[in-house]
Design a protein around this ligand. Structure first.
Ligand code: GDP
Length: 413
């Protein structure tokens, strides 16, 4: 399907485009890039930076050349560049629009990247064979090994102290296994033990690498954030106490919110702020305003430098993971619902009043509820929020978003 830039992050004019795909029951993410630019062109550096990140992030690289042009000098150059990545490479020769042109692919053996596959993007020819090869090259997932352990990650703007926090956490704790051998994906999971509990710290690739170029790259690393967030149960959104919150923070935290993850707002560099008895309150209010869509988020004021309140951070992680997995029995849930409806009459429109019949929890992580009503159109957002608040008052669910699915049911049933 046609897709344009998906993440609206200021300063990123040419993002990588990515989407989810499935082939032979394997799910994967496709990252499109602006293409490698060799000649001096506007945006060249930025585009190449994007390509570099994409290559870094990928498990398999699909190198697309044009069967109409034959091997070009650029193809040769890029082939060497890709080989350096040591990632599996699938070579697709595109624009082979009919079978009689199939010979065109043979010269591409000279690139030394294995069997070229003839495809036509325009006509959809050969893409199945190509996908077979791509899927074959995927690394085996080793996730099973860590089952039952709480997975968390740190996200946030550059320089808020994410890598300092990772280091502070890892220096305090016994790292169960460091630098796990295997795929890039596994290498960024760090299992650790704290107070007898086991956690997986999901590190965005290269977080602990330090170089000037990398700091710049970090600005473009939304895809890394997305990957880490999707694999985490609890997301720690780091904010610099001195800098405060900005619009960009709302976008970054939104990645966790949309995916239903538990969220902790960790206000870092607390050691460096001048504070009085109102500072925490004021700062919390300001952040809550900017991140108004996630009133459930928990707060902790920490310092990577001194290690202040890292214990509290882990307490919150433990609490949130429990809340995310909490199941409420249908009977109890409907008692709360009946009470809520009695206390505040459901809205009506043109003489027709909303009736809320019944509700049940269908899943966890995040806790998801189905609510049966007489007419979906009458179920306003604000009434859903009201019911959510009543549920939260009764059961807490601190730190996790809740999801509501509204379904219609005939009245006589
Ligand atoms: P990242 O880009 O989010 O990974 O941020 P870094 O971990 O590289 O930190 C950016 C800068 O903030 C570095 O100069 C750190 O030394 C500093 N820093 C990080 N955490 C703290 C903290 O808790 N207190 C103080 N005073 N400085 C910190």
């Amino acid at each position: 399907k046609r897709k344009s830039i998906v993440e609206d992050i200021p300063g990123v004019t040419r993002d990588r485009i990515y989407g989810k795909a499935e082939w032979l029951t394997k799910e994967f993410r496709v990252i499109d890039t602006g293409g490698i630019q060799l000649a001096d062109q506007p945006f060249r550096d930025e585009i190449n930076m994007q390509v570099e990140i994409a290559i870094d992030e990928a498990d398999v690289i699909l190198f697309v050349v044009s069967g109409k042009d034959g091997i070009t000098m650029d193809d040769e150059y890029i082939a060497r560049l890709l080989q350096k990545s040591r990632k599996p490479i699938v070579l697709a020769v595109n624009k082979v629009d009919d079978f009689s042109q199939n010979d065109a692919i043979y010269e591409f053996y000279n690139l030394g990247l294995g069997d070229p596959i003839a495809v036509s993007a325009a006509h959809g020819i050969g893409t199945g064979d190509m996908l077979d090869e791509i899927v074959k090259a995927f690394p085996d997932k080793q996730q099973k090994e860590y089952e039952g352990m709480t997975r968390f990650c740190l996200i946030g703007r550059p320089n808020v102290g994410k890598s300092s926090l990772v280091n502070a956490i890892l220096n305090q704790e016994r790292v169960i296994v460091s630098d796990i051998e295997g795929t890039t994906r596994d290498a960024i999971d760090t299992p650790l033990k704290r107070n007898g509990r086991e956690y997986i710290l999901i590190d965005t690739a290269g977080l602990r690498r330090k170089s000037k170029i990398h700091e710049d790259l970090e600005r473009y690393s939304i895809i890394r954030t997305v990957t880490a967030v999707e694999r985490a149960d609890v997301v720690v959104m780091v904010i610099d106490a001195a800098e405060g919150v900005a619009e960009q923070d709302a976008k970054i935290a939104g990645i966790a919110h949309e995916r239903g993850k538990g969220v902790i707002i960790a206000v870092n560099k607390w050691d460096a702020v001048e504070k009085d008895d109102k500072t925490i309150y004021k700062m919390t209010e300001k952040i809550k305003q900017t991140l108004a869509y996630m009133p459930y988020a928990e707060f902790v004021f920490i310092s990577a430098k001194t290690g202040q309140r890292l214990d509290k951070l882990f307490e919150l992680i433990d609490m949130i993971i429990e809340n995310q997995s909490m199941r409420i029995a249908t009977g109890v849930l409907n008692e709360i619902l009946a009470e809520a409806v009695a206390m505040q009459q459901p809205p009506s429109d043109k003489g027709r009043r909303l009736k809320v019949f019944y509700m049940t929890q269908i899943s966890v992580k995040p806790p998801t509820f189905v609510v049966f009503v007489n007419d979906k159109k009458l179920m306003h957002y604000s009434y859903t929020r009201y019911i959510e608040n009543q549920i939260r008052n009764a059961f807490g669910f601190r730190g996790t978003p809740l999801r509501f699915i509204i379904r219609e049911r005939k009245e006589d049933k």
